[in-house]
Ligand binder design. Structure first.
Ligand code: ADP
Length: 199
């Protein structure tokens, strides 16, 4: 099975693009979703995070206080690395597990930090969703209940648009409406089906 790694900056449109692929029947593995599942209330991962960061990252019902945790890791890069050191091996393990269960000519693996974290070896091709930073910023602010400074910090911590584009095998340009986006996804779907028959 051909493995397409879908990446892009925050608010670039990764989820929107992956939903369009899913609508065409393509299996999707989403590492953000896996991270969420791994940190569900009552899991040993949440206990471990509380050991590392203190109980201040727990809400009153012992679930993870995600906004608080985000605040901590964006204020301190070493803490972010600690959290990633805990989560990333577990996420990769689940990705590989899920891949063995998929059938079909190709799958999409959504990894927001694919390039930053060097996950290229997990995939055969890299598909970048590209959007101008001002659109990324505006869309993220509209979608999330996050302070503007945090969104700026996240964009600044991610690799540049130029670096991302340089690493891309394919690019979806998400600077217009959803119809335009769907047309690009359909064209890529045809291309991937063809590539899959050759691989
Ligand atoms: P990502 O997964 O890369 O963070 P999303 O797919 O969640 O980005 O997109 C960010 C926000 O922008 C979402 O609320 C989404 O619905 C919206 N959005 C994405 N693409 C478009 C588009 N072409 N037109 C209008 N809104 C869009």
């Amino acid at each position: 099975m051909l493995r397409i790694g879908l990446t892009g900056g925050i608010g670039s449109g990764k989820s929107t693009v992956s939903e369009l692929f899913a609508g065409l029947g393509v299996p999707i593995i989403d590492t953000d979703r896996i991270a969420h599942e791994l940190t569900a209330p009552g899991t040993t991962v949440v206990e471990r995070i509380a050991e590392l960061f203190g109980t201040e990252v727990l809400a009153s019902d012992n679930s993870l206080d995600r906004p608080r945790l985000r605040q901590l890791i964006f204020a301190d890069a070493s803490r972010r690395e600690q959290l990633e050191g805990l989560l990333h091996p577990l996420i990769q393990e689940r990705v590989l597990q899920q891949m063995t269960q998929l059938t079909g000519p190709y799958c999409i693996l959504v990894v927001p930090l694919l390039l930053e974290k060097g996950w290229q070896s997990l995939v055969d091709r890299i598909l970048v969703v590209d959007a101008p930073p001002e659109l990324q910023f505006a869309r993220t602010l509209q979608r999330d209940d996050r302070p503007a400074a945090e969104v700026h910090a996240i964009i600044a911590a991610q690799i540049s648009r130029e670096q991302r584009l340089a690493a891309a095998d394919d690019v979806v340009i998400n600077d217009a409406d959803r119809l335009e986006l769907a047309a690009q996804v359909e064209a890529l779907h045809k291309k991937y089906l063809q590539l899959a028959t050759l691989s």
